[in-house]
Design a protein around this ligand. Structure first.
Ligand code: BTN
Length: 243
């Protein structure tokens, strides 16, 4: 279906703008990119630093059949699509940190925020997918973890945000269609090939569960190999940490 693209100089959040496009009844797939965000949102209620001109802030509105349970798998599916698109454009060694961070060896390159909008009718769900990628970012005051940008990691290349945006929009459309058709199973192996937790000693459930990272199951839960056997950790649970 056709994309309805809204290019903004400044917005509160591109996710919020996509919701407004949807609510105003715009036809097609609502998509917003912005040069900066004044209230960028991250996962778990955190803010997403969104300086002007330096990064990619992209959101898309997608509709799925199959109820709310599509969502956990969707964040992993999107990670695969984004990672593949970035490598097609010339990046290397893109890793995925469960459930949906985009990583480079030097730190976090970007994140994906999947917000459930609601159920249109029985089993038909609307979700807003937001993708933030560090492109030219040189400084990040207030960011409390190691981070990386495309420009500083792959300096031999021109990282044009328009080209990046069009590649990512196409990648998201493609993986969303494949996910709708085939389900999560076809994404399991490609996701695991990028798993940065594999083989690492990890803690979950507020430190009460410790184990070695062992990839994901067919539903996208993260697997920990513990003394008591392999335990699946769900996306809603406390985040995984390297011990
Ligand atoms: C995370 O890792 O916490 C997810 C970050 C998602 C940030 C993007 S930037 C574009 C879109 N608009 C937002 O307000 N958030 C997402």
């Amino acid at each position: 279906s056709a994309v309805h693209l809204s290019v903004q100089d400044e917005v509160d959040s591109t996710n919020a703008e996509v919701l407004r496009l949807w609510q105003s009844g715009s036809p097609g797939v609502p998509v917003c990119i912005a040069d900066c965000q004044t209230a960028g949102r991250g996962r778990r209620g955190r803010a997403w630093q969104s300086p002007r001109g330096e990064n990619l802030y992209l959101s898309m509105g997608l509709t799925f059949h199959g109820g709310f349970s599509v969502l956990d798998g969707l964040s992993l599916v999107l990670g695969v699509g984004v990672a593949n698109a970035l490598e097609t454009l010339g990046a290397r060694d893109i890793g995925l940190k469960w459930p949906n961070d985009i990583f480079l060896p030097g730190g976090k390159l970007g994140g994906i925020l999947v917000e459930l909008q609601g159920e249109l009718q029985e089993g038909v769900v609307q979700v807003i997918v937001g993708i933030g990628i560090n492109v030219h970012m040189a400084q990040a005051p207030g960011v409390d973890q190691p981070w990386a940008s495309l420009d500083s990691t792959f300096p031999g290349q021109v990282w044009a945000r328009n080209r990046l945006a069009s590649s990512l929009i196409n990648a998201v459309m493609d993986v969303a269609a494949l996910f709708a058709e085939e389900g999560f199973k076809v994404f399991r192996a490609p996701w695991q090939a990028r798993d940065i937790f594999e083989g690492q000693l990890l803690r979950a459930r507020e430190g009460k569960l410790e184990g070695i990272g062992a990839g994901i199951d067919e539903a996208g839960n993260y697997l920990l190999k513990t003394n008591e056997g392999t335990v699946p950790v769900r996306a809603g649970e406390i985040s995984l940490r390297v011990t």
